[in-house]
Ligand binder design. Structure first.
Ligand code: C2E
Ligand code: MG
Ligand code: MG
Ligand code: MG
Length: 287
């Protein structure tokens, strides 16, 4: 950790290193330690709501890291850091097993069977043993496989053989877990190519949601994506829904599920279910 490492250690970094590069190196070091010790890492959860049946579908697991000196570090900063080394596989394993454990505990506490959605980095798929890792976790916890959703992004296909990725995705599906394509619309892959892969869910990136009520053109695009995904048998989730207006539009466009601050921000497992239920009651009485 940076504190124990002390100033002397940082002095050993080459003098021409920028402050950004030094921060990256220090964080990567500290994250490695945090994964070993586990007490600085947490998984928070954000609900996914079925907007036509007004029902909680499940929760996305989102990692949080509370650094002892620097406070909360965003996953948008530390996940890419972990991805640039083999660290992502350790971090990823930790998140998977923790999230699946929580989902099983919710069931054991008498809740309905909520899905848990876990983000998995491309490197974890490429690494070649993710299907065994997930099979082990499911067996150890006893969570029914269909309650685990694996969220992947288009970065899966960057610089990588389509064949081996497709094979791994097939093995995951064979375990009974579901697959979601996250941040849809922000990547570079061709549509024709993505729709041939076995995704069960399409998560539309929040830039589309944010733009749609300002721009009629964007509304057409959003409508088209939803119709296309549904036509192919996928469940459509809109990310980043913040306002009742956005919700109303997504209902009109026949989107299936939403996730966003309108209902709940990500929160720890022992509060998120109650928070979500209260938010749903609030939406109901506002409607
Ligand atoms: P993501 O998977 O697309 O997750 C959704 C992100 O959008 C989350 O940010 C969430 O807090 C945020 N969000 C949700 N609703 C709203 C909203 O209404 N408005 C706005 N402005 N934002 C909203 P978060 O938790 O900071 O995570 C950022 C990204 O970091 C995630 O994007 C995901 O790509 C990555 N990430 C987080 N946890 C993990 C993890 O355990 N493993 C991996 N590989 N990546 C992770
Ligand atoms: Mg996600
Ligand atoms: Mg996303
Ligand atoms: Mg994202």
């Amino acid at each position: 950790r940076a504190k124990e490492l002390g100033r002397g250690q940082f002095a050993r970094f080459a003098p021409e290193m920028s402050a950004v590069a030094i921060r990256k190196m220090a964080l990567a070091h500290d994250l490695r330690e945090a994964v070993k010790k586990e007490d600085e890492l947490q998984v928070w959860f954000q609900p996914q709501i079925d907007i036509h049946h007004d029902k909680i579908v499940g929760f996305e697991a989102l990692m949080r890291w509370e650094h002892p000196e620097m406070g909360f570090i965003s996953p948008t900063e530390f996940i890419p850091l972990a991805e640039s080394s083999s660290l992502i596989c350790d971090v990823g394993h930790w998140v998977l097993s923790e999230s699946v454990r929580v989902a099983k505990r919710w069931i054991d506490e008498g809740n309905p069977p909520y899905e848990v959605a876990v983000n998995v980095s491309a490197a974890q798929i490429w690494q070649g043993s993710i299907e065994y890792e997930i099979a082990d976790i499911l067996r150890e916890t006893g969570l029914p496989p269909h309650l685990l959703c694996i969220e992947l992004t288009e970065s899966l296909f960057v610089d990588h053989a389509e064949f081996s990725v497709r094979q791994t995705l097939g093995k995951l599906k064979a375990l009974g877990v579901t697959l979601a394509l996250d941040d849809f619309g922000t990547g570079y892959s061709s549509l024709g190519y993505l729709i041939q892969l076995p995704f069960d869910k399409l998560k539309i990136d929040r830039v589309f949601v944010a733009e749609a009520h300002k721009s009629e053109r964007m509304q057409h695009i959003l409508k088209g994506i939803i119709a296309l995904g549904k036509g192919l048998g996928m469940v459509i989730v809109a990310e980043g829904v913040e306002t009742p207006m956005e919700l109303a539009l997504l209902k009109d466009l026949d989107c299936d599920q939403i996730q966003g601050f309108l209902y709940a921000r990500p929160a720890p497992r022992d509060v998120i279910i109650q928070t979500t239920k209260r938010a749903m009651a609030r939406q109901r009485s506002a409607a």
